[in-house]
Design a protein around this ligand. Structure first.
Ligand code: ADP
Ligand code: MG
Length: 317
């Protein structure tokens, strides 16, 4: 299959929306943002062997490529609308492309996101996606908005994906497993991000590991945080899969969770819980924003916990 046949295949399957004036097929897409809103744009790349195990099913790669991008929009409190897709493929494999589109377009349909363009090249397997969404002026959830005295919250559960990856690397995990599902098919917390916009202070999605990501919030906001390790939410599957030490480490610095970590004034605890209930996602209070420079995590006995590493970084200087 030639490049243009691959693109035709993509175009035939991609859904559209009323605000897409011109989608796949011209030199560029023509899009109509809603008046009075700000455009929110994010881009994330997934490289084989770095961001997903090489043996990952094509449909899961497609899902995850869009999910990690939608997660960034969720963390801004934005409503997703459009995406573009740059595909670097080692060979022209229509079965792989069909599988990839199954996962990618399934998630796109769930959030009414239109694929409006992209690029298709030959090279090592790599998928780069940009997403575009909207937010009302002044309501975006920024990293620099945490304030001393805020409560620190986390959505869903932490550590499942990191545990799945560790088990996978040790050859111990069955092909179908709830932890594996969390690694391959993360859930972008779009509804929660929308519900928190204009309500929470700072927000970030947990992609590199909770402590590493919260450090970014601390740096941008000029604050510190105290996190209680025993308050970090864990799934039943994680509790069963590993001992307490490994579990704490997966939860605090594992990464690939794509949950939202956010801060909000203590006085809004009730509103936060109501917003989360509306969005259908559980949220947990895990710490507080304090005067300081970075995140400090404490075990139940009051001792400060020193992780072996705080999270994933690509270029370790
Ligand atoms: P150009 O040479 O002008 O960049 P391309 O041949 O790269 O054009 O792309 C033709 C059309 O197909 C464009 O509208 C482009 O956005 C779209 N397209 C190419 N690859 C993809 C892809 N992987 N996903 C979605 N749209 C794509
Ligand atoms: Mg091109």
């Amino acid at each position: 299959m030639a490049e243009f046949e691959l693109i035709t295949r993509i175009r035939q399957r991609a859904a559209t929306r009323d605000d897409v004036i011109l989608g796949i097929g011209d030199d560029a897409a023509l899009l109509q943002p809603p008046t009075g809103h700000q455009l929110v744009v994010a881009m994330d790349t997934l490289n084989a062997g770095v961001h997903f195990p090489r043996a990952t099913a094509a449909a899961d790669i497609g899902w995850k490529a869009l999910a990690v991008n939608l997660s960034d929009l969720a963390a801004m409190g934005a409503e997703p609308a459009w995406c573009t897709l740059s595909l670097s493929l080692p060979e022209s494999d229509e079965d792989w492309l069909d599988g990839f589109l199954d996962g990618f377009l399934e998630l796109a349909a769930q959030h009414r996101v239109a694929l409006v363009g992209g690029d298709t090249t030959r090279g090592p397997l790599s998928v780069c996606v940009t997403v575009h969404g909207f937010v009302e002026p002044g309501r975006a959830l920024r990293r620099d908005a945490a304030r001393v005295g805020d409560t620190v919250w986390v959505s869903g559960t932490l550590g499942d994906a990191a545990a799945a990856l560790a088990l996978l690397e040790s050859g111990a995990i069955p092909a179908v497993d709830t932890l594996r599902q969390r690694l391959d098919r993360p859930t972008p917390r779009i509804a929660l991000g929308r519900a928190l916009s204009g309500l929470a202070h700072a927000c970030i999605d947990v992609s590199d590991g909770l402590l590493a990501d919260l450090d970014h919030v601390c740096e941008a906001s000029g604050v510190g945080m105290r996190i209680a390790l025993d308050r970090l939410p864990a799934s039943d599957a994680l509790g069963t899969a590993c001992d307490d030490d490994a579990r704490a480490s997966f939860q605090a610095s594992g990464g690939d969770d794509y949950e939202l970590a956010f801060t909000a004034p203590t006085a809004t605890d009730g509103e936060i819980l109501a917003a989360a209930a509306n969005a259908g996602v559980p949220v947990s209070r895990v710490g507080e924003v304090v005067v300081g420079e970075r995140v400090r995590a404490f075990a139940a006995d009051g001792c400060e916990w020193q992780p072996r590493h705080r999270g994933h970084i690509h270029f370790d200087g």
